[in-house]
Design a protein around this ligand. Sequence first.
Ligand code: TEU
Length: 530
Amino acid sequence: MTHWWQAGVIYQIYPRSFQDSDGDGIGDLAGIEARLDHCVALGVDAVWLSPIFPSPMADFGYDVADYCGIDPRFGTLADFDRLIAAAHARGLKLLLDFVPNHSSSQHPWFLESRASRDNPRRDWYIWRDPAPGGGPPNNWISDFGGSAWTWDDATGQYYLHAFLKEQPDLNWRNPAVRAAMMDVLRFWLARGVDGFRIDVLWHMVKAEGLPDNPPNPDYRPEMGEMHSLLQLHSTDQPEVHAIAAEMRAIADHYSTPGAERVLIGEIYLPVVRLMRYYGAAPGEGVHLPFNFQLIEAAWNARALSRLIADYEAALPAHGWPNWVLGNHDRARIASRVGPDQARVAAMLLLTLRGTPTLYYGDELGLEDVPIPPERVQDPRELREPGLGLGRDPVRTPMPWSAAPGAGFTTGAPWLPLNPDWRTRNVAAQAEDPNSMLRLHQALLALRRAYPALATGDFIGLEADGDILAYERRLGAERLVVVLNLGGWPARFDCEGPVRPLLSTLAGPSEVGHDAIRLRGHEGLVLLREG
Ligand code: TEU
């Protein structure tokens, strides 16, 4: 039996940047509700919202000060209830972002924890004395650069933070923390949410004794200081799997047939270690440990076909694949591979075997937007400027129309709009049959019309030169996908008769009896006949 989260497509919304409803230049829940019909017209099945909880916004919501509320900038719990009802009325699932590794330093738990060494919540976070010779307890580096430890003068100890000092790590070895956080999941599940994307799942448990991390032999300064060490002891500890299993049991408890509550793990690990997050047995891990390989891969046929084959081969019998092309942390696909190839990339994402996650704005071919220094917001850029680690360029407002503020806001947008917003916007692309938006709509419609594309088997056909070709099979239904990853014409020999269903390019495709001549940057979906 196929579940919704297997056949479906997930759409990530960055709430600050989707739609503003009150003119403050920041997107909000009422805005998202007003734009749900865009998600329906696009053809996605589920919407995942980056964090919407009360937050000082040191890391734009990934620093949560109250796990069971809504930040006033985004709205109220009543707005949230309206949003989820409106989503469900349209047949859309709604997923939230759960941030369990760390809270905000303004969370009441941390305020108590730092109040005194004997506070009952002291052990809810990770406090340590200085190293014997002075200085931080170990050599761990924050993801944003600098030591992962911050000194607290009042109580004379350091606390650990894998990210900003405003994001202290919770101590998941403390059963009280674990119980409180599991209750957070229940709170939202009871409110009707369809699942969670779990932030930095692989970070949640640290090695006993907190030993030093070893140096990274491949480190180069332009990678950012966080990569100077291997995160051997600070991440991916075996104990994390029991926590994932407990979360899964809770999600399953709230699931009904056709309405499974889904867990997605944000995990940046090599494939072999990633697989463990599916759980040792069915139902013991997350449904979808995010597969970020398309974000990190070299964009050529050989590399892509190798990683697809290796990933397929590594999947456990109970593991359903998934693919991600972009998110709020990484350069946009149109900037990574160029605007023409981005159309081919969209076809790849939406025709591979596995649940695709589509990042808002990528359906318009949005590129990274240059941010003038005086408008930089991202702490990662502010902490290590000039390395290109800043994430503002991929978080700019969704351009809806040629109206002032691109239809995103009647006020001043919190980040600059894409420079070409007057022409690159939803309204303009909806009118243009050759637009990126219309290509996404066509690809998503094709997935519904041909179930082989969503859930069929994957058979690699060719990875030669610029051509990547594969077949998707379900029963008698057989579709062939041929992608030209280069800018020049290329030929593919297709055994047996095929009929073209969709091209990434306008105009006629050259599909002969046996040979297909692809134009530069052309991708084709074909139906095998006979
Ligand atoms: O990201 C975690 C994370 O590991 C990424 O920052 C990763 O290091 C980076 O993409 C590698 O280039 C999550 C959220 O997605 C991010 O926005 C938060 O800042 C972070 O956790 C802390 O909560």
